[in-house]
Design a protein around this ligand. Structure first.
Ligand code: C2E
Ligand code: MG
Ligand code: MG
Ligand code: MG
Length: 281
């Protein structure tokens, strides 16, 4: 009997695994179709200078405008896109769309200093055509590298492969900025931060959100800010939701931030509005 129930359990497990595998395959083929049908859109979350609340740029965040399911958020599909390799063509689309948008915004007088941040995974940086493609897109849109900021995570840095190092150096040569996203949640050591050309640390929002709950948790944010400044990097605080958090970050000399307190990720029309307002004031 024991043997039998063991086999039953195995069959249930096997079925669940099978179901999961099917769902993944389905998602993968949906994503492939979505890419062909151009169902992805970008939302743009303002990044502001904390002291003046002046707009300095946006972070581009991908969404999937699904014909039946409505707006689908990246946490549900980026991992599958990454595993399947679809992240590479998807990333090329993001880069193209961002550069076209930036060109339009730069044509609005005075907005030339706007920077747009793009999220990248290791697979994109390692793809042999990445820098060549970037060059082509920059040439096509007539943009300079300085207006792009590429966000990578600590785990991408930790891969520490030659191809990633080479790509980052080539990006630096072209004037692009490099940020470490979700900083503090990974395992990057000081030596990694030192080996790569990094401009900015983005403090993960979990640390920012802990700040309102007692002084003790301030220390992580404080440490990251001090670390960044010691290494001559800028700091962006993610996920600022309250004026209490804002005031504390300003007191700690954090220069930049983003979060619902200023704006949620905006569709293109709302982002246009922010750009127009920033340029007319
Ligand atoms: P991320 O790069 O850390 O982006 C910040 C996330 O925090 C966004 O979620 C944003 O909507 C959310 N957020 C911003 N301010 C606040 C706030 O005040 N409170 C709270 N609770 N959340 C806030 P989103 O748009 O769902 O993106 C999730 C993740 O998906 C991103 O995290 C990024 O890792 C990834 N992602 C988004 N777009 C792309 C893309 O084009 N390519 C790649 N490879 N990854 C992307
Ligand atoms: Mg990011
Ligand atoms: Mg982040
Ligand atoms: Mg994240």
């Amino acid at each position: 009997r024991a043997k039998e129930s063991g086999r039953d359990r195995y069959e249930v497990f096997d079925k669940a695994m099978h179901q999961q595998a099917l769902e993944r395959l389905q998602l993968e083929s949906d994503l492939r179709r979505a890419l062909e049908q151009q169902e992805f859109v970008l939302h743009y979350q303002p990044i502001v200078e904390l002291v003046t609340q002046r707009l300095v740029g946006f972070e581009a965040l991908i969404r999937w405008q699904h014909p039946e399911r409505g707006l689908v958020y990246p946490d549900t599909f980026i991992a599958v896109a990454e595993d399947s390799g679809l992240i590479v063509p998807m990333g090329t689309w993001v880069l193209q769309a961002v550069c076209q948008q930036l060109r339009i915004w730069q044509a609005v007088a005075g907005s030339a200093a706007l920077t747009v941040s793009i999220n990248l995974v290791g697979k994109q940086l390692k793809s042999p055509n990445f820098v060549t493609q970037l060059d082509a897109i920059l040439a096509e849109t007539g943009l300079v590298g300085e207006c792009l900021d590429l966000e990578i995570t600590e785990s991408t840095l930790l891969e520490n492969t030659e191809s990633i190092k080479t790509s980052l150096l080539q990006l630096r040569e072209r004037g692009l900025q490099i940020s470490i996203d979700d900083f503090g949640t990974g395992y990057s050591s000081l030596s990694y931060l030192h080996q790569f050309p990094i401009n900015t640390l983005k403090i993960d929002r979990t640390f920012v959100q802990q700040m309102s709950h007692g002084k003790k948790d301030d220390s992580i944010v404080q440490t990251i800010i001090t670390l960044a400044h010691t290494l001559h990097m800028e700091v962006v605080a993610e996920g600022i939701e309250t004026t209490e958090q804002l005031d504390r970050l300003k007191a700690l000399n954090c220069e930049l931030g983003q979060g619902y307190l200023f704006a949620r990720p905006l569709d293109q029309e709302q982002a246009d509005h922010w750009v127009n307002r920033a340029c007319s004031s």
